[in-house]
Design a protein around this ligand. Structure first.
Ligand SMILES: Cc1cc2nc3c(=O)[nH]c(=O)nc-3n(C[C@H](O)[C@H](O)[C@H](O)COP(=O)(O)O)c2cc1C
Length: 300
Protein backbone atom coordinates (compact mmCIF):
# COMPACT_ATOMS: atom_id res chain seq x y z
CA UNK A 1 0.00 0.00 0.00
CA UNK A 2 2.04 2.97 -1.16
CA UNK A 3 0.36 6.12 -2.30
CA UNK A 4 2.05 9.14 -0.74
CA UNK A 5 4.99 11.23 -1.88
CA UNK A 6 8.03 9.05 -2.64
CA UNK A 7 5.79 5.96 -2.34
CA UNK A 8 5.06 6.50 1.36
CA UNK A 9 1.71 5.41 2.82
CA UNK A 10 -0.57 8.32 3.72
CA UNK A 11 -1.93 8.47 7.27
CA UNK A 12 -4.65 10.94 8.22
CA UNK A 13 -4.17 11.82 11.88
CA UNK A 14 -7.34 13.32 13.32
CA UNK A 15 -7.74 14.80 16.79
CA UNK A 16 -10.66 16.08 18.85
CA UNK A 17 -10.68 18.36 21.90
CA UNK A 18 -9.31 16.12 24.67
CA UNK A 19 -6.09 16.84 26.54
CA UNK A 20 -4.14 14.17 24.62
CA UNK A 21 -4.48 16.23 21.44
CA UNK A 22 -1.54 18.34 22.62
CA UNK A 23 0.65 15.31 21.95
CA UNK A 24 0.00 15.49 18.20
CA UNK A 25 3.28 17.24 17.19
CA UNK A 26 5.32 14.44 18.81
CA UNK A 27 3.07 11.79 17.27
CA UNK A 28 3.53 13.35 13.83
CA UNK A 29 7.31 13.18 14.27
CA UNK A 30 7.08 9.54 15.35
CA UNK A 31 4.78 8.68 12.43
CA UNK A 32 7.01 10.41 9.89
CA UNK A 33 9.98 8.57 11.36
CA UNK A 34 8.16 5.34 10.47
CA UNK A 35 8.16 6.41 6.84
CA UNK A 36 4.55 7.57 6.69
CA UNK A 37 3.21 10.69 5.01
CA UNK A 38 0.99 12.42 7.61
CA UNK A 39 -1.85 14.91 7.20
CA UNK A 40 -3.46 16.34 10.34
CA UNK A 41 -7.17 17.09 10.75
CA UNK A 42 -8.75 18.64 13.83
CA UNK A 43 -12.26 19.26 15.09
CA UNK A 44 -12.98 23.01 15.31
CA UNK A 45 -12.67 22.82 19.12
CA UNK A 46 -9.30 21.04 18.94
CA UNK A 47 -8.13 23.54 16.33
CA UNK A 48 -8.85 26.35 18.78
CA UNK A 49 -6.79 24.60 21.44
CA UNK A 50 -3.84 23.99 19.09
CA UNK A 51 -3.89 27.37 17.36
CA UNK A 52 -0.33 28.23 18.40
CA UNK A 53 0.93 24.82 17.15
CA UNK A 54 -0.74 24.95 13.73
CA UNK A 55 2.20 26.50 11.80
CA UNK A 56 4.57 23.92 13.35
CA UNK A 57 2.24 21.05 12.43
CA UNK A 58 1.95 22.31 8.87
CA UNK A 59 5.71 22.59 8.58
CA UNK A 60 6.19 19.08 9.99
CA UNK A 61 3.65 17.46 7.67
CA UNK A 62 3.90 19.67 4.60
CA UNK A 63 0.09 19.91 4.47
CA UNK A 64 -2.41 22.41 5.81
CA UNK A 65 -4.17 21.29 8.98
CA UNK A 66 -7.72 20.69 7.83
CA UNK A 67 -10.80 21.31 9.95
CA UNK A 68 -13.47 22.62 7.62
CA UNK A 69 -15.22 21.19 4.58
CA UNK A 70 -13.99 22.74 1.34
CA UNK A 71 -16.15 25.05 -0.71
CA UNK A 72 -18.04 23.56 -3.68
CA UNK A 73 -15.62 23.40 -6.62
CA UNK A 74 -12.56 23.95 -4.44
CA UNK A 75 -9.87 21.27 -5.08
CA UNK A 76 -8.88 18.96 -2.23
CA UNK A 77 -5.51 19.81 -0.73
CA UNK A 78 -4.72 16.42 0.79
CA UNK A 79 -3.59 13.15 -0.81
CA UNK A 80 -5.92 10.13 -0.59
CA UNK A 81 -5.34 8.32 2.74
CA UNK A 82 -4.29 4.69 3.18
CA UNK A 83 -5.52 4.76 6.78
CA UNK A 84 -7.33 7.18 9.09
CA UNK A 85 -6.24 7.35 12.73
CA UNK A 86 -8.69 9.29 14.90
CA UNK A 87 -7.02 9.85 18.27
CA UNK A 88 -7.94 11.26 20.65
CA UNK A 89 -11.66 10.92 19.85
CA UNK A 90 -13.87 12.69 22.39
CA UNK A 91 -17.20 11.32 23.58
CA UNK A 92 -18.80 13.79 21.18
CA UNK A 93 -16.75 12.86 18.10
CA UNK A 94 -16.79 9.13 18.84
CA UNK A 95 -20.58 8.97 19.17
CA UNK A 96 -20.99 11.29 16.16
CA UNK A 97 -18.97 8.87 14.03
CA UNK A 98 -21.02 5.90 15.22
CA UNK A 99 -24.30 7.72 14.68
CA UNK A 100 -23.28 9.19 11.32
CA UNK A 101 -23.57 12.80 12.46
CA UNK A 102 -20.94 14.51 10.34
CA UNK A 103 -20.98 18.04 11.68
CA UNK A 104 -17.19 18.30 11.73
CA UNK A 105 -14.98 17.61 8.72
CA UNK A 106 -12.84 15.01 10.49
CA UNK A 107 -15.87 12.96 11.56
CA UNK A 108 -17.34 13.24 8.05
CA UNK A 109 -14.07 12.19 6.45
CA UNK A 110 -13.69 9.19 8.80
CA UNK A 111 -17.31 8.18 8.11
CA UNK A 112 -16.70 8.35 4.38
CA UNK A 113 -13.42 6.41 4.69
CA UNK A 114 -15.41 3.53 6.19
CA UNK A 115 -17.67 3.41 3.16
CA UNK A 116 -14.68 3.58 0.82
CA UNK A 117 -13.02 0.59 2.50
CA UNK A 118 -10.16 2.71 3.87
CA UNK A 119 -9.09 1.32 7.28
CA UNK A 120 -10.12 3.47 10.23
CA UNK A 121 -8.46 3.27 13.66
CA UNK A 122 -10.10 5.15 16.54
CA UNK A 123 -8.84 5.61 20.06
CA UNK A 124 -11.47 7.27 22.26
CA UNK A 125 -10.52 9.44 25.22
CA UNK A 126 -13.37 9.51 27.74
CA UNK A 127 -13.68 9.31 31.51
CA UNK A 128 -15.48 6.46 33.27
CA UNK A 129 -18.64 8.56 33.70
CA UNK A 130 -18.95 9.19 29.95
CA UNK A 131 -17.97 5.59 29.21
CA UNK A 132 -20.92 4.50 31.40
CA UNK A 133 -23.41 6.41 29.24
CA UNK A 134 -25.56 3.86 27.37
CA UNK A 135 -24.69 5.32 23.97
CA UNK A 136 -20.97 4.75 24.43
CA UNK A 137 -21.16 0.93 24.47
CA UNK A 138 -23.55 1.08 21.53
CA UNK A 139 -21.09 3.27 19.60
CA UNK A 140 -18.20 0.88 20.35
CA UNK A 141 -20.28 -2.05 19.09
CA UNK A 142 -21.53 -0.19 15.99
CA UNK A 143 -18.06 0.93 14.96
CA UNK A 144 -16.43 -2.46 15.59
CA UNK A 145 -19.18 -4.14 13.60
CA UNK A 146 -18.41 -1.73 10.76
CA UNK A 147 -14.75 -2.80 10.83
CA UNK A 148 -13.31 0.14 12.75
CA UNK A 149 -10.34 -0.71 14.96
CA UNK A 150 -11.60 0.73 18.27
CA UNK A 151 -8.66 0.83 20.68
CA UNK A 152 -10.30 0.64 24.08
CA UNK A 153 -9.41 -1.39 27.17
CA UNK A 154 -6.66 -3.96 26.79
CA UNK A 155 -4.14 -2.67 24.22
CA UNK A 156 -5.94 0.67 24.03
CA UNK A 157 -7.31 3.54 26.10
CA UNK A 158 -8.53 2.80 29.63
CA UNK A 159 -10.97 5.48 30.90
CA UNK A 160 -9.87 7.58 33.90
CA UNK A 161 -12.07 8.54 36.84
CA UNK A 162 -13.70 11.97 36.25
CA UNK A 163 -11.59 14.84 37.56
CA UNK A 164 -8.32 12.89 37.56
CA UNK A 165 -7.23 14.47 34.28
CA UNK A 166 -4.63 12.53 32.35
CA UNK A 167 -3.88 10.12 35.20
CA UNK A 168 -2.47 7.63 32.71
CA UNK A 169 -0.55 8.65 29.60
CA UNK A 170 -2.55 8.38 26.40
CA UNK A 171 -1.39 5.09 24.77
CA UNK A 172 -0.14 6.54 21.49
CA UNK A 173 2.12 3.52 21.01
CA UNK A 174 -0.89 1.22 20.72
CA UNK A 175 -2.42 3.54 18.11
CA UNK A 176 0.74 3.71 16.00
CA UNK A 177 1.31 -0.04 16.30
CA UNK A 178 -2.20 -0.66 15.00
CA UNK A 179 -1.68 1.68 12.07
CA UNK A 180 1.59 -0.06 11.35
CA UNK A 181 -0.16 -3.44 11.38
CA UNK A 182 -2.97 -2.15 9.16
CA UNK A 183 -0.41 -0.84 6.68
CA UNK A 184 1.45 -4.14 6.70
CA UNK A 185 4.51 -2.65 8.38
CA UNK A 186 7.39 -4.32 10.26
CA UNK A 187 5.15 -5.40 13.16
CA UNK A 188 2.93 -7.41 10.84
CA UNK A 189 5.87 -8.82 8.92
CA UNK A 190 7.50 -9.91 12.17
CA UNK A 191 4.27 -11.65 13.15
CA UNK A 192 4.26 -13.45 9.78
CA UNK A 193 7.83 -14.62 10.26
CA UNK A 194 6.98 -15.86 13.78
CA UNK A 195 3.84 -17.68 12.59
CA UNK A 196 5.82 -19.45 9.86
CA UNK A 197 8.55 -20.48 12.31
CA UNK A 198 5.88 -21.93 14.58
CA UNK A 199 4.25 -23.78 11.70
CA UNK A 200 7.54 -25.48 10.90
CA UNK A 201 8.17 -26.25 14.59
CA UNK A 202 8.29 -29.55 16.51
CA UNK A 203 4.66 -30.38 15.62
CA UNK A 204 5.84 -30.71 12.01
CA UNK A 205 8.60 -33.16 12.94
CA UNK A 206 7.79 -35.79 10.35
CA UNK A 207 8.27 -36.26 6.63
CA UNK A 208 11.23 -35.17 4.60
CA UNK A 209 11.46 -31.51 5.71
CA UNK A 210 11.42 -32.20 9.45
CA UNK A 211 11.99 -29.09 11.56
CA UNK A 212 14.89 -27.80 9.47
CA UNK A 213 12.79 -24.99 7.93
CA UNK A 214 11.74 -23.95 11.46
CA UNK A 215 15.40 -23.84 12.55
CA UNK A 216 16.17 -21.50 9.65
CA UNK A 217 13.14 -19.28 10.28
CA UNK A 218 13.87 -18.94 13.99
CA UNK A 219 17.37 -17.70 13.13
CA UNK A 220 15.88 -15.37 10.50
CA UNK A 221 13.54 -13.81 13.10
CA UNK A 222 16.54 -12.22 14.79
CA UNK A 223 17.83 -10.78 11.51
CA UNK A 224 16.87 -7.08 11.23
CA UNK A 225 17.49 -6.91 7.46
CA UNK A 226 14.81 -9.50 6.83
CA UNK A 227 12.08 -7.65 8.76
CA UNK A 228 11.63 -5.47 5.66
CA UNK A 229 10.69 -8.46 3.50
CA UNK A 230 7.66 -10.74 3.31
CA UNK A 231 8.38 -14.43 3.91
CA UNK A 232 6.57 -17.26 2.18
CA UNK A 233 7.11 -20.99 2.51
CA UNK A 234 5.64 -23.29 -0.07
CA UNK A 235 6.40 -26.98 0.43
CA UNK A 236 9.98 -26.77 1.73
CA UNK A 237 11.06 -23.53 0.06
CA UNK A 238 11.49 -20.12 1.73
CA UNK A 239 10.96 -17.22 -0.64
CA UNK A 240 11.07 -13.48 0.04
CA UNK A 241 9.25 -10.57 -1.49
CA UNK A 242 9.10 -6.80 -1.15
CA UNK A 243 5.62 -6.57 -2.67
CA UNK A 244 4.00 -9.59 -0.94
CA UNK A 245 2.93 -10.79 -4.37
CA UNK A 246 4.21 -14.34 -4.62
CA UNK A 247 2.00 -15.35 -7.53
CA UNK A 248 4.60 -14.44 -10.11
CA UNK A 249 7.77 -15.88 -8.63
CA UNK A 250 9.66 -14.98 -11.80
CA UNK A 251 8.85 -11.31 -11.24
CA UNK A 252 10.54 -11.30 -7.86
CA UNK A 253 14.30 -11.10 -8.03
CA UNK A 254 14.92 -12.58 -4.62
CA UNK A 255 16.86 -15.72 -3.74
CA UNK A 256 15.32 -18.66 -1.92
CA UNK A 257 16.30 -21.47 0.42
CA UNK A 258 15.13 -25.04 -0.05
CA UNK A 259 15.19 -27.18 3.10
CA UNK A 260 14.90 -30.88 3.73
CA UNK A 261 15.75 -33.19 6.66
CA UNK A 262 18.89 -31.59 8.05
CA UNK A 263 19.99 -29.84 4.87
CA UNK A 264 19.63 -26.59 2.95
CA UNK A 265 20.15 -25.52 -0.62
CA UNK A 266 20.44 -21.77 -1.30
CA UNK A 267 19.14 -20.81 -4.72
CA UNK A 268 19.97 -17.57 -6.50
CA UNK A 269 16.43 -17.37 -7.96
CA UNK A 270 13.13 -18.47 -6.48
CA UNK A 271 12.08 -20.77 -9.31
CA UNK A 272 12.81 -24.51 -9.13
CA UNK A 273 13.36 -24.78 -12.86
CA UNK A 274 16.79 -23.51 -13.80
CA UNK A 275 17.45 -22.22 -10.29
CA UNK A 276 21.10 -21.64 -9.63
CA UNK A 277 22.30 -23.52 -6.53
CA UNK A 278 24.74 -21.30 -4.70
CA UNK A 279 25.31 -23.34 -1.55
CA UNK A 280 24.46 -26.73 -0.08
CA UNK A 281 24.90 -27.01 3.67
CA UNK A 282 23.57 -28.73 6.78
CA UNK A 283 23.99 -25.58 8.89
CA UNK A 284 20.94 -23.23 9.03
CA UNK A 285 23.13 -20.26 10.08
CA UNK A 286 25.33 -20.77 7.04
CA UNK A 287 22.29 -20.99 4.75
CA UNK A 288 20.88 -17.78 6.21
CA UNK A 289 24.19 -15.92 5.90
CA UNK A 290 24.41 -16.97 2.25
CA UNK A 291 20.83 -15.77 1.62
CA UNK A 292 21.63 -12.39 3.20
CA UNK A 293 24.76 -12.14 1.05
CA UNK A 294 22.65 -12.69 -2.07
CA UNK A 295 20.18 -10.02 -0.96
CA UNK A 296 23.04 -7.54 -0.63
CA UNK A 297 24.22 -8.17 -4.16
CA UNK A 298 24.22 -4.96 -6.23
CA UNK A 299 21.22 -4.70 -8.55
CA UNK A 300 18.77 -6.42 -6.19
C1 LIG B 1 -9.54 20.68 29.47
C2 LIG B 1 -10.61 19.85 28.80
C3 LIG B 1 -10.40 18.52 28.61
C4 LIG B 1 -11.39 17.74 28.01
N1 LIG B 1 -11.16 16.41 27.87
C5 LIG B 1 -12.11 15.65 27.28
C6 LIG B 1 -11.89 14.26 27.13
O1 LIG B 1 -10.85 13.71 27.51
N2 LIG B 1 -12.87 13.53 26.55
C7 LIG B 1 -14.04 14.08 26.10
O2 LIG B 1 -14.88 13.36 25.56
N3 LIG B 1 -14.25 15.41 26.23
C8 LIG B 1 -13.33 16.20 26.81
N4 LIG B 1 -13.55 17.55 26.93
C9 LIG B 1 -14.80 18.12 26.42
C10 LIG B 1 -14.70 18.37 24.90
O3 LIG B 1 -13.65 19.27 24.62
C11 LIG B 1 -16.03 18.93 24.37
O4 LIG B 1 -17.05 17.97 24.55
C12 LIG B 1 -15.96 19.35 22.94
O5 LIG B 1 -17.20 19.91 22.58
C13 LIG B 1 -15.66 18.15 22.03
O6 LIG B 1 -15.75 18.58 20.69
P1 LIG B 1 -15.05 17.76 19.51
O7 LIG B 1 -15.43 16.34 19.66
O8 LIG B 1 -15.67 18.37 18.29
O9 LIG B 1 -13.60 18.04 19.60
C14 LIG B 1 -12.59 18.35 27.56
C15 LIG B 1 -12.78 19.70 27.73
C16 LIG B 1 -11.82 20.46 28.35
C17 LIG B 1 -12.04 21.92 28.52
Amino acid sequence: MESGGAGRPVVYLFGAAAGAVFGLPDVVRDARGRGWEVAVGLTPAARGWLEAQLPGLEELTGYPVKSAYRWPGQPDVLPVPDVVLFAPATFNSFNSLALGLTTSWVVGCAAEALGKGIPVVVMPCVNTALAAHPQFARSVATLREAGVHVLLGEDGFVPNEPGTGDARPFPWDAALRTVDRVLGGPEERRAEWAALAEHWGPAWDHGWVGTSMGDLLRLALAEPGLAELWPCTSMNQLRLSRSRDFRDAGGESFPAVAAWQGGYRVLAAPAWEGAETVLETTDPAEALACLLGLLDRPGR
